[in-house]
Ligand binder design. Structure first.
Ligand SMILES: Cc1cc2nc3c(=O)[nH]c(=O)nc-3n(C[C@H](O)[C@H](O)[C@H](O)COP(=O)(O)OP(=O)(O)OC[C@H]3O[C@@H](n4cnc5c(N)ncnc54)[C@H](O)[C@@H]3O)c2cc1C
Length: 320
């Protein structure tokens, strides 16, 4: 009988990186995800004729990181682009400062396009919501056997699939995750300083970060994306669309714009970020692995890729 291979749950960048490492080692693997397309929290949506990034704003990569060759390849093929190393700081008195850091990368086709690229050639099943993972007598996913199962999704979503006491403690620990709302705001023409790029918002109860979507994507569209504070998001999780006008008013006031946006779109991230990601890259025990940005702190795209990649390599070494 042929081996059923590994089942990865989640086609965010961690799950896809894990599957890529297994596939590159010649091992059978399939990826199941409930979403319509791969990408998870690197998602975007077509709004008013163009894709807007509504999840991660950008990504960074360390010089010696194993992620670096992947990024170099994306840049060489024109999929990823260097965006900026400098953001503004905005407070109640408007733009007060700038802050320089590492190069931040964006993608002309939206960040999701990079995960789609990474997933090319893999056995991916989208729009498949997994209900249950069981470990008694070898791992199964909704009753189907697997050589190993990888949980590549936020802890609270992973815990829903497992019976209490059925998985290693490291996977089941009740780690906290915080929400955010991503609010896209569109104007007919650009009304802010070209040097804005993105802005850390200080001392505001509603918005904590702003990104110039036209600038990061390189098409110059008059679209900003605001990320709300977790506290504001928590109050609007039931009916996120109602938060649009308050966020629009806040952004217009903070940047001193002469007109409110022509349109807004609100996206809810119930589990946007772990409050305290683990230091180790992944866990693997009893045929069940766990990876993603809940591991490999700090929580970001690079860590999620690294976590998935390292788990995939470890699984390949054990199963191969
Ligand atoms: C608003 C926001 C802003 C961010 N900003 C940045 C930033 O600027 N820079 C940065 O580096 N990082 C940023 N991040 C973090 C970054 O997006 C994540 O670290 C990374 O994308 C996590 O990838 P992942 O594969 O671990 O998880 P995810 O991308 O969450 O993938 C998990 C997948 O599991 C699927 N899934 C869930 N439940 C089930 C189920 N029952 N059955 C099947 N599939 C299921 C989901 O559909 C999803 O596709 C941000 C995140 C958010 C939300």
């Amino acid at each position: 009988m042929s081996s059923p291979g590994t089942t990865v749950i989640g086609s965010g960048i961690a799950g896809v990186a894990c599957a890529r490492a297994l596939s590159d080692a010649g091992l059978p693997v399939r990826v199941l995800d409930r979403g319509r397309a791969p990408g998870g929290r690197m998602a975007g949506r077509t709004l008013h004729g163009r894709v807007v990034d509504l999840g991660a704003s950008y990504f960074t990569v360390g010089q010696d990181s194993p992620f670096a060759p992947v990024v170099e390849d994306w840049v060489a093929r024109g999929l990823a682009r260097e965006w900026t190393d400098t953001f503004s700081v905005v407070g109640p008195d408007g733009v007060t400062d700038t802050k320089t850091g590492p190069v931040r990368y964006g993608a002309a086709g939206g960040l999701r396009s990079l995960v789609v690229d990474l997933a090319r050639g893999l056995d991916l099943v989208q729009q498949r919501t997994v209900e249950q993972v069981r470990l008694d007598g070898g791992p199964t996913v909704d009753g189907e056997r697997a050589d190993a199962v990888v949980l590549a999704l936020p802890d609270p979503q992973a815990r829903r699939l497992l019976e209490p006491g059925s998985a290693p403690e490291t996977v089941l620990d009740p780690r906290g995750w915080q929400p955010t709302l991503a609010v896209a705001l569109g104007w007919s023409t650009r009304r802010w300083d070209a040097d804005l790029h993105g802005a850390f918002v200080h001392d505001d109860p509603t918005v904590e970060w702003l990104a110039d979507d036209g600038d990061r994507r390189g098409d110059g569209a008059a679209v900003l994306v605001a990320h709300t504070t977790p506290e504001f998001a928590a109050r609007h999780l039931e009916e996120p669309a109602l938060a649009g006008p308050e966020v629009a008013e806040t952004v217009t006031r903070l940047l001193g714009l002469d007109a409110p946006p022509d349109w807004t779109h609100v996206h809810r991230w119930t589990f946007a970020k772990p409050t305290s990601p683990r230091e180790q890259a992944f866990s693997l025990a009893d045929g069940i692995g766990s990876c993603g940005d809940g591991w490999s702190a700090p929580s970001k795209v690079e860590s999620a890729w690294t976590s998935g990649h390292e788990l995939g390599r470890e699984l390949a070494a054990r199963l191969g």
